[in-house]
Design a protein around this ligand. Sequence first.
Ligand code: NDP
Length: 444
Amino acid sequence: MSYVDEVFDMVVAKNPAQPEFHQAVKEVLESLRVVIEANEEAYRKDALLERLVTPERQLLFRVPWVDDEGQVQVNNGFRVQFNSAIGPYKGGLRLHPSVNLGIIKFLGFEQIFKNSLTGLPIGGGKGGSDFDPKGKSDREVMAFCQSFITELYKYIGADTDVPAGDIGTGAREIGYMYGQYKRLTGLYEGVLTGKGLTFGGSLARTEATGYGLLYLTEEMLKCNGKDIQGKVVAVSGSGNVAIYASQKAQQLGAKVVTVSDSTGWVYDPEGIDVELLKEVKEVKRARLTEYAAARPSAQYHEGKGVWTVKCDVALPCATQNELDLEDAKTLVANGCFAVAEGANMPTTLEATEYLQKNGVLFCPGKAANAGGVATSALEMSQNSERLSWTFQEVDSKLKSIMVNIFHNLDDAAKKYGMEGNYVAGANIAGFLKVAEAMTAQGVV
Ligand code: NDP
């Protein structure tokens, strides 16, 4: 049996009931097969793949807090410090009822390669909780965040592990967490990113993942003789990534016609009104029914359905496995020619294969949504320098990072005889740097 297959079987056996983690490992190892097989003996002797798929540290902890009725609630807290070969652990905190260890491990594993692709010195980690901030009062969210950090603060720090936002963790949650960290440690340091602008946050961090997704998509289309201008774009999700992806797509001359949330979706043939969407989602924290109620051209539909709309470009920006094989078939039948993942692993393995086989340009999340973590790393740099860069400075650095990422993965795919396979290109380019650092640092 080949080394790659042996390690994949080991991952499944040693990590039962973690299907998302298995899926993420399978995608990466399949792409790396050609690289590993060229150097199999050395990698096997060093157990490089076994070390790569095993987190350096996994923290699981209790998060007790008191709700507004005086009732004690208990959630599970997680932080997986996956790989620090090229820098301190870096990755977001997800707050969503679906969170479990397998999901955090899949996200942390992906983060290793994503962070490597940015070209910045950051290792891979991820964390979160099954706490649901939706429907909670500000005081309840604060009570949860303070309790979460009261345990986690022992394991994080500006030079060891720097968490950030993710689903359910926005500026409000990061603010409460930062306040509690500072109170417990007495340190005013860049331990979290996505902070408010008055206490060390970076301009353009809020926009970074969505904007970065469009900078990369624009470059991918350009290098394939196409232009984003005038194209019809389907976006899923209506959170941080979806909102700023829609905004930048429209600034680049495309028309975004859909957004969604976990209960339904909106089709707006005149183009999504981003300011209205921001008001509904960022200010009122309301459902998309409110968007549709305020916008005569918009139609609201319950359930799933964004990918049934005819589009040129699809940008899944909600959550994992939200675009399956049936959706991929519909997109291809409707003439969609490019898919770039704003979310982490939103496309199933079967759907990805189908899109690639049918000539759709496909860029995986670990490259396409790396703008968020890249700008988080720029926030870390500003914090250590005690400086704040302008919006334009950060945005132009972000743009050049995204363009470079695309060329790195394009070059890696070509070098290994898989031209146009950006999944393989991203995994190979991300892996080579981490593998070299791990080898140089010995058996740790
Ligand atoms: P938000 O919490 O701001 O928004 C998430 C969006 O996805 C919401 O519209 C939410 O709907 C929807 N959603 C969440 N879970 C589900 C589900 N199970 N089924 C259907 N819809 C769902 O998160 P972000 O925009 O920050 O994150 C979106 C994706 O992008 C995630 O995969 C995240 O890991 C990834 N990402 C985010 C980065 C960032 O900088 N924020 C960086 C890189 C990746 P509802 O409001 O109804 O729950």
